[in-house]
Design a protein around this ligand. Structure first.
Ligand SMILES: *Cc1c(COP(=O)(O)O)cnc(C)c1O
Length: 215
């Protein structure tokens, strides 16, 4: 089974890196996957998923939650401010806090709603123009401004450039989290999660290696 294979590899990578068993959370990235594949993973008892679109997640998870009970779903894709409220109602964590305007909106809604998902700041470690995320040299200041808004920022997230050694980006993210007193690191995907675990990932986002290629 793909899920148990991946769980196995996660355990081995934790052991190899001297990490506490179970300290790495496996987010099963179900975006664009057919519902029957998602149900198979739910049937195996997995309860932590990742989606990259608010609309798609809103169309699928309320029904799954009705059938399977409590399920944690994290947003790992870009968030428009006009979808922030819906996202805050739907997701346990948002991994893509990437700009002051979004921070302000989430801060205001959190006051109003009396609750807020845990947040990760997305860092554009490769400084790619087409990619979301704050730049590495702006990250410390952005963390401070989010804290000033009382936002529950718990970690940093990155998506390394496809054509570069991911380890360099994971190490950079870990260093930035450490100097900002942030404990969580959302990094590592199907192709590189073991490297991410070796470098301190607490949350890995694995899609195709669990579900198969996205249709
Ligand atoms: C799609 C996606 C993943 C999962 O990618 P796989 O290569 O299928 O494991 C992880 N993180 C983000 C932000 C994604 O958009």
């Amino acid at each position: 089974m793909a899920l148990t294979d991946i769980q196995d590899r996660v355990s081995k990578a934790e052991a190899k890196a001297g990490r506490t068993p179970g300290s790495v959370h496996l987010i099963a990235v179900s975006k664009m996957q057919p519902n029957d594949r998602v149900a198979t993973i739910l049937d195996q008892g997995h309860r932590l998923f990742g989606e990259n679109r608010v609309q798609e997640a809103a169309g699928k998870w309320p029904d799954f939650r009705e059938t399977y009970g409590q399920i944690a779903v994290d947003l790992i894709g870009p968030l428009q401010t006009n979808k922030a409220r819906q996202a805050m109602e739907l997701f346990q964590s948002i991994h893509t806090l990437d700009r002051p305007k979004l921070a302000n909106t989430i801060g205001r809604l959190a006051q109003e709603m009396g609750a807020c998902p845990t947040l990760y700041i997305q860092v554009n470690t490769g400084e790619e123009p087409q990619k979301a995320g704050v730049l590495p040299n702006e990250t410390d200041a952005f963390v401070a401004s989010c804290r000033a808004l009382d936002l529950p920022v718990e970690g940093l997230m990155c998506i390394p450039p496809v054509d570069e050694e991911p380890a360099l980006h994971f190490a950079l993210l870990a260093k930035m989290a450490d100097r900002n007193g942030l404990t969580n690191l959302s990094m590592g995907m199907s192709g590189d999660f073991e490297t991410a675990i070796a470098l301190g990932a607490t949350h890995i986002r694995v899609g195709s290696a669990i579900f198969g290629e996205r249709p």
